[in-house]
Design a protein around this ligand. Structure first.
Ligand code: F6R
Length: 607
């Protein structure tokens, strides 16, 4: 994963780079490093740990003054997190930061070693500056040497490279994201837009095999063969403030509280109430009457959204839908054909397995549609169709507002397709629209009860294991609730379809096991109430999330939380909010690093 940034302009680079790097920490945070060029010399600083550790160490030192530089925040793939493995890496006078994986690094390293190159780290990246240097040693200019080195790499890369002898910065990408930011008399490179939003909103999304050369105040774009290429400059409508905490203790809490706005913005412009229709700009789906199957493929939280999308579409449109996690889908030779639609869901649009799943779909002739939050991301660019969630930048590693906006898109898509197929009338669609328009207010009402969730968190934070139970459309809700608890509090949490409890997990139940149950009044309600009874009989601690506070169950459970009533399709979008809050408050009380939990990174750009 990793985040890279680079700067070339007239201002001091060090503070700018550290600031930008902090905004990329969601991509990795086990070590960080910086390189600053000044008058023909490059100073390098590297530290194990977070960007803050590095920041404290470098920018106040005179040697780190200069107006061109590179920086990197790492999520280790090859080589443990340590100072020697942190980027930038240097060979001769060439310095490189890299995001991606050089798959043939062992062969390259061996060859370079035989030619006398000495390696100091265990990383794959270190071969890149050595390769560049080997070409410079043969008489090539810097830019040509970078091109020649990249041509020898197998795998993925987004790189920034500088050298001591010239005031030139070079950037390039293949299968890892990289953008160029164009400021006033200054240029940036970054793995993602939020890193530089406070300096500029004009960006170029580099494409695979693009090389950007920053020289003499100019930007030159070429491909790996050295031929000039033209790329559009996009104006980004996200503001710098959207990528700040805005007074909240953590990004995750801010993002949970942003959900009413994020959902409203995802709906805006798409609902045509007078026509009883949903419209998506520029989306041209194939003729739906020819479609025999829909696939929904994603990872993690986005996969849970797919499980909800499946239930909505199958129940209302009667089109068969198969869901799969992208890491399985890509290797199981799925039976796909041209009459299938493959929906890829991804907040970042950069998840390696989801991108591979898209390629598998394309290879087999399916129409690929992505539901994505990031403009210019690989999936958004390469799928046949794209629907954006307008959640705004999601910085907290644990996904929250991306999930509820993805559910909103599935709901709109169901209505859009229902009308196109002639299955739903304008009046029916208007009824469905009426309910989703009420969702932001209902979530607001839940958020206003957040202190009750904090109280609940205080009562249950000491337990070591949790079981989550839900049925039907709320099975994915509890999977997502358990995932939130695991990833930020490090408490073991397991989610089960409530009906499966008797087939195994019931053996775990005793007075030391809190059981979170999501059970609104739908057609599965009575069945889940029986499961609650079974849990109580076995002294399990029951925490019930329901829209039925008057049921006799309310007096039997240990804790109960009211979730506003809604229609079946939208139950998860409400029920997940208190579960996000519960996980957040438990983690906060336990004092974990909520926004950057250990071992995780936000964009999983490697397999
Ligand atoms: C969980 C979480 C991850 C992501 C997963 C997919 O809170 O954030 O499980 O959902 O890595 O990421 P995207 O949606 O960017 O493809």
């Amino acid at each position: 994963m990793c985040g890279i940034v680079g700067y070339k302009g007239k201002n001091e680079a060090c503070d700018l780079l550290i600031d930008a790097l902090r905004r990329l920490e969601y991509r990795g945070y086990d070590s960080a490093g910086i390189a600053i060029w000044h008058k023909g010399k490059i100073e390098i600083g590297r530290k194990k740990g977070k960007v803050n550790e590095l920041g404290k160490d470098v920018c106040n030192k005179e040697i780190f003054q200069g107006s061109m530089g590179l920086a990197h925040t790492r999520w280790a793939t090859h080589g443990t997190p340590s100072e020697k493995n942190a980027h930038p890496h240097k060979a001769g006078d060439v310095v490189v930061v890299h995001n991606g994986i050089v798959e043939n690094y062992m062969d390259l390293k061996e060859r370079l070693r035989q030619d006398g190159h000495k390696f100091l780290s265990d990383t794959d990246t270190e071969v890149i500056p050595h390769l560049i240097m080997s070409h410079i040693n043969k008489g090539m200019g810097f830019v040509d040497a970078v091109r020649a080195a990249l041509a020898e790499l197998k795998g993925s890369y987004a790189i920034g490279a500088i050298r001591e002898k010239e005031r030139i910065m070079v950037a390039a990408k293949k299968e890892s994201p990289l953008i160029v930011g164009i400021g006033l008399g200054e240029y940036f490179i970054a793995s993602d837009v939020p890193a530089i939003l406070n300096r500029t909103n004009k960006v170029i999304f580099l494409e695979d095999n693009d090389i950007a050369v920053f020289k003499d105040g100019q930007l030159i774009l070429m491909n790996i063969d050295g031929e000039s290429v033209d790329r559009k400059v996009h104006e980004i409508h996200w503001s710098g403030a959207m990528a700040e905490k805005g007074g909240y203790k953590h990004f995750m809490l801010k993002e949970i509280f942003e959900q009413p706005r994020a959902i409203s913005e995802t709906l805006i412009g798409r609902i045509k109430e007078e026509k009883g229709q949903i419209e998506f700009d520029e989306l041209k789906l194939p003729d739906l009457n020819t479609i025999t199957k829909i696939w929904m493929v994603a990872c993690g939280t986005s996969y849970h959204a797919c499980m909800i999308g499946k239930q909505m579409i199958e129940a209302n449109l009667r089109i068969p839908v198969e869901t799969d996690v992208a890491s399985e889908f890509r290797y199981r030779d799925p039976i796909i054909d041209k009459n299938h639609i493959l929906i890829l869901v991804s907040q970042s649009g950069e998840t390696a397995d989801t991108i591979a799943a898209m390629k598998e779909g394309k290879k087999n002739g399916a129409y690929t549609l992505c539901i994505c939050n990031v403009l210019g991301s690989t999936l958004a660019r390469d799928c046949d169709g794209v629907i954006f969630t307008h959640a705004g930048p999601e910085i907290g590693v644990a996904s929250t507002k991306a999930f509820t906006t993805q559910i909103s898109i599935f709901y709109l898509l169901m209505l859009h397709m229902g009308r196109k197929l002639g299955i739903m009338s304008g009046d029916e669609v208007r009824d469905f629209i009426g309910e989703i328009k009420r969702i932001p207010h209902k979530i607001q009402a839940i958020l206003e009860q957040s202190s009750a969730m904090e109280e609940l968190a205080r009562r249950y934070m000491g337990y070591k294991d949790f079981l989550y139970l839900g049925r039907g459309i709320n099975y994915p809700t509890v999977l997502e609730g358990a995932l939130k608890l695991k990833e930020i509090s490090y408490i073991h949490a397991e989610a089960y379809a409530a009906g499966e409890m008797k087939h195994g997990p019931i053996a775990l139940i005793d007075e030391n096991l809190p059981i979170v149950i999501v059970s609104p009044r739908d057609h599965t309600y009575k069945k889940t109430c029986s499961n609650v009874e079974e849990v109580i009989t076995r002294r399990g601690k029951t925490l019930l999330f329901t829209d039925d506070m008057d049921h006799e169950m309310a007096s039997k459970v240990e804790a109960i939380f009211a979730v506003p009533e809604t229609i079946y399709e939208l139950e998860p979008i409400l029920a997940i909010v208190p579960l996000q809050l519960l996980a957040y408050y438990i983690a906060n009380l336990l004092g974990t690093d909520v926004d950057q939990p250990r071992n995780l990174a936000k964009s999983v750009t490697v397999e």
